[in-house]
Design a protein around this ligand. Structure first.
Ligand SMILES: *Cc1c(COP(=O)(O)O)cnc(C)c1O
Length: 383
């Protein structure tokens, strides 16, 4: 019989400590530099990071900010969304995608997702636009989400947006580093928001985010909005803004992390492929569109409802952590129930909430640990 002391060590779901080891003393040094410079806000690292982020994404401008949520909100503020405007959001996403819409007085309208990629369903978007018009709302913005790291189907979504005069705000909080038709996210819609929350593929050591755009005027307005709507200098306020800057310490950390990000993306891809090969016969493994490259923010299996919960329980008992993103679709959340939906039911989003389960996924998952996870999954599913 095994005793607690002989039980294998619990596996972290995302191992930020392993990444810190990989980065070595360099991160500590650059943080110390900021502390010694005392330029905690708007230090030179912020501008340097913005240049490197724009180059990485292939966009003309990158505007850093305080979080992924604020990145989304700043864009809606810059586009002057107002009451009566409709913003189309997937029903299967993290709440922040839709949360910012009521902030500017506009109405989120929930759209169903596709059963294979879990990303926004173009047919449901068409229905949602018609529904908004029927309700007397003005369709203004669509927010496709690059869920779990995989870019949404932009070949289908962009023409629909264009036909209806919608701006496209890409939420790549989970997808930064991924590509669609070999273009990095950040270079696809009218504007893109990302997050540097520590658990995202590119994370900092606190909260942070960024906006990407090719629109010079938009970039200018965003920079003003993140500094209280400042005009020629900080003593002139030309619009209602907020405090939404990325601080210098986080920019310094991100510069170090961005330098190894490509290497980490390759590792994530390798690990995802290993999972696919080992689990395709026991569960529905992630489907990646042939035009997309996922950055694997999550590695998510789909199982029949019921089997999923049993698997989570069995793995937990073996020290293998799992997560369920998401347990409820947005339109069933108490705070969002009153907002319109593309149709009476959004069946795919609703079903997925009972079927999905995410396994440990990060760039430093070694083969022995991954094999332990794979064996536990196969055992739990009776294979
Ligand atoms: C994490 C996340 C956000 C919000 O980012 P924060 O930096 O935590 O504010 C927005 N959208 C999606 C899809 C996310 O996963």
């Amino acid at each position: 019989m095994s005793t607690p002391s002989s039980a294998p060590a619990p596996i972290p779901f995302i191992d930020l400590a392993a990444q810190r080891t990989r980065l070595g003393p360099k991160v500590d040094e650059v943080v110390l530099d900021v502390l010694q410079s005392c330029r905690f806000i708007n230090g030179p690292q912020v501008g340097e990071l913005e240049e490197k982020l724009a180059a990485f994404a292939g966009s003309r401008f990158a505007v850093s900010c305080s979080s992924g949520t604020d990145a989304l909100a700043l864009i809606l503020m810059a586009w002057e969304l107002k009451p009566g405007d409709a913003v189309f959001c997937p029903a299967f996403t993290f709440c922040a995608t839709a949360e910012v819409v009521p902030w500017v007085g506009a109405t989120p309208v929930f759209v169903d997702v596709k059963a294979d990629t879990f990303n926004m369903d173009p047919e449901s978007l068409e229905l949602a636009i018609a529904k908004a018009q029927e309700l007397g709302l003005n369709p203004k913005v669509v927010i496709p989400v690059d869920l779990f790291g995989q870019p949404a189907d932009y070949d289908a979504l962009l023409p629909i947006a264009e036909k209806h005069g919608l701006k496209v705000l890409c939420d790549t909080a989970q997808g930064f580093g991924g590509t669609w038709n070999n273009k990095r996210t950040g270079s696809i819609g009218h504007a893109t928001a990302t997050s540097f929350f520590p658990a995202k593929p590119l994370g900092c050591y606190g909260d942070g985010g960024a906006i990407f755009t090719d629109d010079e005027e938009l970039a200018k307005v965003l920079k003003s909005l993140r500094e209280h709507g400042q005009g020629v200098d900080r003593y002139q306020n030309v619009r209602i803004g907020m405090t939404a800057r990325l601080d210098t310490v986080q920019a310094a950390v991100l510069l170090e992390k961005l330098a190894i990000f490509e290497e980490e993306i390759a590792a994530r891809e390798r690990i995802a492929r290993r999972y696919n090969e080992a689990l395709a016969d026991v569960a529905e493994v992630p489907a990646v569109d042939s035009r997309a490259a996922s950055v694997w923010a999550q590695y998510t299996l789909k199982l029949p409802a019921g089997v999923r919960d049993e698997l989570a329980q069995k793995l937990g008992a073996e020290g293998v952590p799992t997560a369920v993103y998401y347990r409820a679709p947005m339109h069933h959340q108490p705070a969002y129930r009153e907002f319109p939906t593309a149709a009476e039911r959004l069946p795919v989003a609703e079903d997925l909430c009972a079927q999905v389960i995410s396994l440990p996924m990060h760039a430093y998952l070694d083969e022995a640990t991954q094999d332990r996870i794979i064996a536990a999954v196969r055992r739990a599913l009776g294979k």
